[in-house]
Design a protein around this ligand. Structure first.
Ligand code: HEM
Ligand SMILES: [Cu+2]
Length: 651
């Protein structure tokens, strides 16, 4: 890779620097949110004082008021407002917004630097996973015995719903948020995202969403599970309003992020970075957001119709008023199935990226990987009704939906084979991130094949609504998706923090989580096959053993995750300082120094070869590679030894 091409920012002119913008931060945001929430509450009380739906109108108005007030108080709208007033942001303002010379304070502001946004996303994701994980521990503790009575049925149902929703939202953002924002612009040789202010907007909308979502716990809960099914959603308490508003905010955030990331990847790749030289992770992130762009508006539409039902006396989903719950189910799964690939693809492509690095081989085969991703994106919008086989909606379509569902397992298998092919005959440096690839392969084969069971209509009639389904999707979402995200974290941690993630606690956490995970969900397959329904607080005595096994496994996951959290926090604070390119990787993010300058690249890079061209000497490789962990990797196989040539690393 050679460098050329200097870059000059055109100063934006048209007004004095500064203004109120410089005094806004998360504190003024919360203040603005509370004030507007109170105002909206009073206004709704006054306007809808004695309407039938008064409680819901007030709850919804309060939450919308909070979100708008928070974003305004944070300064999310100052740019557009000043533009409307005819005074654009000045160059100095733009630099201020990017967080120049602001120290830690920039993490608590509406900061546009993609690296700051990436770190904010990472912390937000970890908080959400922590909240969802705590709920999971409570759920499993309740299920430790057939009638433990640890949680009441109402609390149990709400916890299951909030756990599911928290985890789905967290897994949607867990790769694209932190790594799509921090790593992708570096990886494509750009100075920032295409729309830096939209980037900050997408992040802070999620922050505004969280109190709305969790207010459900104080408003009667969400008794209808994470899917928000009607007619229960039509009849449920005000907690359902929290669900609706949270989803609406989330959908806006996703749309904004999707438009931004798509534009960035399409238009800002470095000179010479043709599509065949674009790293596979960039494809993964692009596929994920391109899929999310049409999917989330479906969910949004579903919730807007629900809002009309609940607040205005509409009957979209109420049969006695001519409505139909199947409408909700269709809209929901038109989002819900693409969404599983929104989650999976970036995680798997992150693992592909690091597998090529640690196997010291080009990706096998880049073209199959790209074609599989394209096929998955196309097919995944044609399979949604496999979630409705047993619902009675359009039984004649069960056959065609079975076919499309089984077809999608072919390109999904393609991704799998690309990773296996990359490992084949590699001399592997078995680091913590690399171990995540192995774990993903193990877990995803189980998750994927049980998916094929479920897509078989007669079998699904048996298994639908059972713990078997719960086990299936945990094997995919957690076993493959979350494992991939953890691999990505361990891999890019040195670039994001300038420090190495501790290997020993990382591996301890890895084994605790992976063993705990398999124990938990194999136990759940067992009780699911024996007919235990999901989302039910009690179960028959004969199912005790399987549930006990699951609960014990879950505690192992919990402890393992705490060890990982410790590792992340401790390494971030005083881990071993990382060199510029500790893994000897060839993609562009490893060519910038630590800490990364605000503008990323002093001169923009020009790309002259593909991202996996091992066989060339690598830059800034460590003098001595860390000792390989796996058997079979003798001394000298670490990258960078003697120039780290690809030939050398192959057997
Ligand atoms: C790619 C990774 C996958 C993910 C992340 C995933 C995720 C999910 C989720 C979240 C659910 C349950 C939703 C709910 O009711 O709460 C589910 C159900 C289902 N999955 Fe998967 N899945 C994956 C792969 C597959 C594959 C490869 C197939 C088939 C080839 C498949 C077929 C099904 C079917 C038929 C159901 C409906 C089961 C039922 O409710 O009766 N899945 N999956
Ligand atoms: Cu599906």
């Amino acid at each position: 890779m050679t460098v050329a091409d200097t870059y000059q920012t055109d100063p934006v002119t048209g007004g004095p620097d500064g203004g109120i913008m410089r005094r806004l931060n998360v504190g003024t945001g919360i203040l603005g949110g509370v004030v507007l929430a109170l105002a909206a509450n009073l206004l709704a009380d006054w306007l809808a004082g004695d309407a039938v739906h008064e409680v819901d109108v007030r709850a919804t108005a309060t939450m919308v008021g909070w979100a708008v007030g928070f974003m305004a108080g944070l300064g999310a709208f100052t740019g557009p407002v000043r533009w409307l007033l005819g005074r654009d942001l000045t160059h100095a303002d733009e630099l201020f917004l990017a967080g120049k010379d602001q120290g830690e304070g920039r993490y608590f502001r509406f900061t546009t630097d993609h690296k700051v946004v990436g770190i904010q996303y990472l912390v937000l994701t970890m908080v959400m996973l922590g909240a969802g994980g705590t709920m999971a521990m409570l759920i499993r503790t309740d299920l430790i015995s057939p009638n433990s009575g640890f949680l009441g049925p109402q609390t149990y149902n709400s916890l299951v719903g909030l756990h599911g929703l928290t985890m789905i939202l967290a897994t949607i953002i867990m790769v694209t948020g932190p790594f799509g924002n921090f790593v992708v612009p570096l990886m494509i040789g750009a100075r920032d995202m295409a729309f830096p202010r939209l980037n900050a907007l997408s992040l802070w909308l999620l922050f505004a969403m969280l109190p709305v979502l969790y207010s459900a716990a104080f408003l009667g809960g969400i008794p209808m599970g994470w899917v928000g099914y009607t007619p229960i959603a039509d009849q449920g308490p005000a907690g359902v309003d929290s669900y609706m508003v949270a989803i609406l905010i989330f959908a806006v955030s996703t749309a904004v992020a999707g438009a931004n990331i798509t534009t960035t990847i399409l238009t800002m790749r470095a000179r010479g970075m043709t599509w065949t030289r674009t790293p596979i992770f960039v494809y993964g992130v692009l596929a994920s957001v391109v899929l999310a762009l049409p999917a989330f508006p479906m969910f949004m539409a579903a919730e807007i119709l629900l809002l009309v039902d609940r607040l205005m006396g509409g009957g979209f989903y109420i049969p006695s008023l001519g409505g139909q719950p199947w409408l909700y189910q269709n809209l929901f799964w038109l989002m819900g199935h693409p969404e599983v690939y929104v989650i999976l693809i970036p995680a798997v492509t992150a693992l592909m990226e690091l597998t090529a690095v640690f196997a010291r081989k080009p990706l096998y085969s880049f073209r199959i990987a790209v074609l599989s991703i394209i096929a998955i994106v196309g097919l995944s919008v044609t399979v949604w009704a496999h979630h409705m086989f047993a619902s009675g909606w359009a039984p004649d379509l069960n056959g065609p939906f079975m076919l499309t569902t089984e077809l999608i397992s072919i390109p999904t298998g393609g991704l799998f084979l690309v990773i296996l092919g990359t490992l084949w005959r590699g001399r592997i440096w078995a680091t913590f991130p690399m171990m995540c690839t192995y774990a993903m392969l193990w877990n995803f084969i189980i998750g994927g094949i049980t998916g094929i069971y479920l897509s078989d209509v007669p079998l699904d009639y048996q298994l639908h609504g059972s713990m078997f389904v719960t086990a299936h999707f945990h094997y995919t979402l957690m076993g493959a998706g979350l494992t991939g995200a953890i691999g990505a974290l361990a891999y890019w941690f040195p670039k994001m923090t300038g420090r190495m993630l501790g290997d020993t606690p990382g591996l301890v956490s890895f084994w605790l989580v992976q063993i705990g995970f398999n124990v938990t969900f194999l136990g759940m397959f067992m009780v699911g096959l024996e007919g235990q329904p999901r989302r039910v607080v009690h179960y028959g005595a004969s199912l005790h053993t399987g549930n006990l096994i699951s609960t014990i496994g879950a505690y192992f996951i919990g402890v393992g995750m705490l060890v990982l959290l410790y590792d992340v926090v401790a390494s971030w604070r005083h881990g071993k300082p990382a060199s510029m390119n500790p893994w000897g990787a060839k993609t562009l993010e490893w060519t910038v120094p630590n800490p990364i300058p605000l503008e990323n690249f002093a001169v923009l890079p020009v790309v002259t070869e593909d991202a996996y061209g091992y066989g060339e000497p690598v830059r800034d490789a460590p003098a001595r590679a860390p000792a390989p962990v796996a058997a079979g990797a003798g001394p000298g196989q670490g990258p960078g030894q003697g120039g780290g040539t690809g030939e050398e690393a192959r057997t």
